[in-house]
Design a protein around this ligand. Sequence first.
Ligand code: GLU
Length: 446
Amino acid sequence: MKPIVRFAPSPTGKLHVGNVRTALVNWLFAQSQGGTFVLRIDDTDIARSTKAYEDGLREDLKWLGMVWGDTFKQSDRFDTYDAARDKLKAMGRIYPCYETSEELDRQRKILRAQSKPPIYDRSALELTKDQISAYEAEGRKPHWRFKLTGKPAVWNDVVRGKQSIDTASISDPVLIRADGSYLYTLPSVVDDIEAKITHVIRGEDHVTNSGAQIEIFEALGGTAPNFAHTPLLVGKDGKGLSKRLGSLSMDQLREQGIEPLAICSLLAKIGTSDPIEARQSLDQLVEEFAFSKIGRAPARFDEDELALVNSRLLKEMPYSAVEDRLKAFGIPANETFWELVRANLSTLGDAVGWSTVIHAPMPGQITDEDKEFCQQAAKSLPDDITLETWSAWTGALKQETGRKGKTLFLPLRMALTGRARGPEMNKLLPLLGAERAKARLGGEVG
Ligand code: GLU
């Protein structure tokens, strides 16, 4: 049976590295098995969900290359959830509760003070008809809880191995708020049953949730799918990323010039037994994907590592992969230019700077003590520059001046490019041309 998986973001914020990793594990697994990746928009929280966030996350997934096979929104399916609610009501598996959030808070505080776990005491199940009528007369509306069996919910997690959640140790989950709106728990199960999801792959913050959801699957007559709970991402300091996720959103990273493949390469490998390397295609990541490689320890996400993967990726990128984007920068790019500069870029945008160095007039940067040397170098530079010119020319200068190493090469590089580091000079020089090179060596604009 081919797997069917879903990525189920809530459109209440921007897509960030945390949820992209969940999306990626789902997507890579589906691709590796010839399965289907479903994009489900979890927008039951109407007040916090926005169309702009939804559009943004679809755009981000496309940018990253994670194409979905099917997609739907929970807000289009309230009738289906109402039917499930009615079924659970008829079975007596959900029950109305009238406590206010202040009352519930107080109960939890009391239990904590007694060193007891803050589990809901089910007092709503004891309410008499009269008490219920009194609440209703006060204008209180009930929220609805799912009655857990109190037995252990057991499953064999694809990442974590055998799991057992004692449902007696968790509160009966609220499925429906007092205003009639749904929390995510029930719609998710209804959708997973209907979409025939075979594997629920998500962060390990959902492990306890899975205990309750397995019972909801069973109550609704479905079978629970396989579960895979992946460790959460932490920063390089080992601390949670939640406070920094804003700056780790896809639109921020895109703005910084990070390549989508760098993000996918890193997120596919952190927390796994594979080394972190830049990959030139998602296909390669698909080929290398296996649940068995995902460890149990938190996956460390380090922005510096992302920057490194990004520059390594560019270094190996073929011209065909960047041609359109280089041209969109408005620079006269070609394969020779790309092969010259690609090893010297942190982001693709840096290519613009190198194009300017090669194609736009600028004065040579020469210190007083190197002036004479550079003038001499200008004179001995041949008019016809080939790939061999640099080594012959600097070899001769070495002989004539006795300079070597840094004192020989650095003044030439600075005069010609204005920068102390950069592409290989033997390749750069022919692109620069003799006229421009001579002017710059002479301290003039060229
Ligand atoms: N919308 C939920 C979340 O973002 C989905 C969790 C799940 O995959 O079931 O946490």
